[in-house]
Ligand binder design. Sequence first.
Ligand code: ADP
Ligand code: ZN
Ligand code: MG
Length: 480
Amino acid sequence: MADYEGVIGLEIHVQLKTESKLFCQCPAEYGGKPNSRVCPICLGLPGALPALNRAAVEYAVRMALALNCNVNSQSAFARKNYFYPDLPKGYQISQYEFPLAENGSINILGEANIEKNIRVSRIHLEEEAGKSFHDMDNRHSFIDYNRCGVPLIEIVTEPDLGSGEEAYALLNKIKRIAEYLDITTGNMDQGALRCDVNISIRRAGDTGLSTRREIKNMNSFKFARKAIDYEIFKQMEIIGSGGKVLQQTMLWDEKTGITMPMRAKEEMDDYRYFPEPDLKPLEVSLDWINEISRNLPELPDEKLDRFVKDYKLTADKARALIASPNLADYYEKVVNNSGDPVLSANWILTELLREIKETDIEHIKLKPENLGELIKIIKSGQISSRIAKDLFKQMITTGRAAGKIENIVKLNQISDKKQLGKIVENVLSLNQNHVKMYLSGKERLFGYFMGQVMDKTDGRANPGIVRELLTQALKYSKGQ
Ligand code: ADP
Ligand code: ZN
Ligand code: MG
């Protein structure tokens, strides 16, 4: 089946982090006591009327502009009818015939790191459904309507992706852009980003489309990648053995790593869409679009180019630094203080990210200004890389300020053997029990003695010399 290729299109849902829900005043924030954030509108009680949240429209337009879409000056809401307990109205307010935005595109790094352009068919606004819990009780299911009515955008791509890897790259890129645009929490555990994947295969070089299968509502990009690759393999197997792929909705089983048919074409949904009578058409003026456009932040690709060009970073390092807007901002503040973009990048990507997760960067005690100062001092050659790393460890736990670091550094390292020898002797005589334990085989205590000497010198002792002196002194104790 080497002459067949995968064909994949994605429908990506992004939860918007507006204060209130899409059509009512209830808080949109994740969590809360079940069914405490509801009102007649999001519960769909008779007579309740929806009113559109302006911030949600603005967020959607931001994404539309970031993905190079045309924003329609007029779009419309429609009712998508289906019956499920998590949907109290019996329909979801979405956009159908007239979406907010269309005809966009986005570049991804595809197979073999070659840039590939993926077309975006449309972006529309819709509301979230509630959440069912089927595993809390043997006989009952439970429903939390807090999520009901939270704003979403759905981003639909053309079937331009060729593999799980490419879909994965696209999903991560969309997530990153949404984070840069500050329109989502990006919290995958809370379902802030989810996708439906549509997969078919065709003879390589063909341009037509074959029958596809779909896996709905995947909330892990890694699982989406796996499921797509499995589907491509499976469909090749079906075609290879003379069978036919049927249009089906598939279920992905995380445990076994395979997909299973959920329902066949005959039972495909008929949503009986019709225009939402309670909402006027959505008008977005050109002035507003221009204003939103002017206020767009620098996007990941632009930042990447600028980092490579201005800071002379390799593309790989620049890409690692722009992974999140917070990390990129942190890096630039460090550079402002250190004056050395490459050394700063190395320290952040190796030392800093070894100590903390990238997502924790906004809560970190070590201020970028202070790390910048440290790097400046390192660059000046005043301290050994060993001391630099020790200092760095202290700074990251205590958040120690730059002035203090300079003081420590100004009082140069102590390398005087006489001075250090006295301290070593003192430490050993104060810790005679430890010395006995060490001599009877507890060799790990060497580090403890080192630490004591370092403590007594405020970390200024030359560790090489201390090690040498300690080794000698302990040997001598043994001889006695
Ligand atoms: P529907 O509304 O029935 O879900 P759409 O035409 O809106 O269908 O397409 C939904 C998604 O499925 C889009 O991302 C599209 O690119 C993708 N898609 C459509 N046809 C195919 C196909 N033959 N193979 C793979 N993906 C497809
Ligand atoms: Zn409400
Ligand atoms: Mg679909």
